[in-house]
Design a protein around this ligand. Structure first.
Ligand code: SAH
Length: 372
């Protein structure tokens, strides 16, 4: 008797996520309104980014409240927004229901295009020494809804500016391939004609370098772009920068890029963080060119955005960076230099929320200990 009662309470209080298409379709049937009304709601919410209220206005008045009560539209709340005074970057600090903060960064480039950088985790187990997120000391995966809500909240903001988001890059907090299923489900929702209907070629997933996952991703989403954070083609230097390099060798990574090339039309982006005296000599450039020979890749050189916990590193100065790029270009590789946006709002991912998240993690551990 009490079991049945609890089940009833649970089924009433548990809300459906707006992304669960089958469950939302069932709710529509239960509330008995026309399928075209639900299609209109989805168009308003996912494709036009008009916001929850406008989307709900597409439903018949008599079912609106019940639908809003049963369906969860947002899994995040906007805690802070920081607009850069220097350039077109806006950082959104978003809060999860568990109290963690994540960052999504909007970058408006001079050409008028807008890119959105999204997070896949709170913290990151890869623990790279140069990365604020890696140094947070925690790693919690976001749900599919939490990944997608970043896109909705940022999309609504850009809708009001009249400049739609063109590119979505998984380059925010976390390692996307440590949260593979949720990231794939998010990408599937993004490209789904029923939901966002977003072009796969404008999505990019950046990874610390997990060979098997790169190939799986290429197979499942051949049009989605891949980026590999290579940062050095010397095994010892790469291990010094990226602890996971000890597990995934440079040969395995090269084989994974070659495999992705066989599956995909687009070239793979090679990200290369520039650290003075560490990985930026002419020899480093020549060895990188040799490593890339035979691969369909392009290079993005990234100036280092200093973080407090890594005072030992400095970014490569411009003349040396240009010389490095020139060697790669002469060797035949398209090479761009990442224009660093939002330095004044600590746009290097994870920098703003590092301390807050450590606190939340500590509190939750204390609570769990005292409960247990
Ligand atoms: N985990 C994924 C995606 C997140 S990081 C990855 O490793 O690719 C996105 C990019 O920003 C990576 O190339 C990463 O190496 C780089 N990055 C991290 N911290 C940085 C910093 N302080 N300055 C410049 N680039 C940084």
């Amino acid at each position: 008797m009490s079991y049945v009662f609890i089940k009833i309470i649970l089924s009433v209080s548990e809300s459906i996520s707006i992304y669960e298409t089958a469950a939302v379709d069932r709710l529509r049937a239960e509330l008995k309104f026309e399928p075209r009304r639900l299609r209109a709601l989805r168009t308003a919410y996912f494709k036009k980014f008009l916001g929850m209220e406008s989307a709900l206005a597409e439903l018949p008045a008599e079912v609106r409240d019940e639908f809003a009560r049963r369906v969860e539209f947002h899994s995040l709340t906007v805690a802070e927004t920081h607009d850069s005074q220097r350039d077109g970057a806006t950082k959104l600090v978003l809060r999860t229901a568990a109290g963690y903060s994540i960052e999504a960064v909007l970058m408006r480039t001079g050409t008028g295009r807008v890119s959105l950088c999204v997070s896949s985790q709170v913290g990151c187990a890869a623990a790279c020494g140069f990365c604020a997120t890696g140094q947070m000391g925690i790693a919690k995966s976001l749900s599919t809804a939490e990944i997608l809500d970043q896109i909705v909240l940022a999309g609504e903001r850009m809708h009001f500016e009249g400049r739609p988001v063109r590119n979505i890059v998984f380059m925010g907090m976390g390692e996307p391939f440590h949260n593979e299923q949720a990231v794939y489900e998010a990408v599937a929702a993004l490209v789904s004609p029923e939901l966002f209907h977003y072009p796969p070629g404008r999505i990019l997933i950046s990874t610390v370098g997990i060979p098997d996952a790169m190939v799986r991703c290429a197979r499942r989403f051949p049009q989605v772009n891949l980026a590999l954070s290579l940062h050095s083609v010397r095994q010892d230097v790469r291990e010094q920068l990226i602890p996971l390099a000890a597990i995934y060798s440079l040969e395995e990574l090269r084989a994974a890029v070659a495999k992705a090339n066989q599956i995909q039309k687009n070239s793979v982006m090679i990200e290369y963080l520039m650290l003075a005296g560490v990985n930026d000599s002419a020899d480093d450039a020549n060895d990188l060119a040799a490593w890339m020979t035979g691969l369909d890749v392009h290079v993005n050189l990234i100036p280092y955005n200093p973080i407090d916990s890594a005072p030992q590193w400095r970014t490569t100065e411009q003349p040396q960076r240009d010389a490095f790029a020139a060697i790669l270009r002469t060797a035949g590789f398209t090479t761009t230099i990442r224009y660093s946006l939002g330095a004044d709002i600590a746009a290097a991912c994870g920098q703003l929320v590092q301390r807050e998240n450590r606190q939340v993690a500590r509190q939750q551990t204390t609570q769990a200990t005292s409960v247990g």
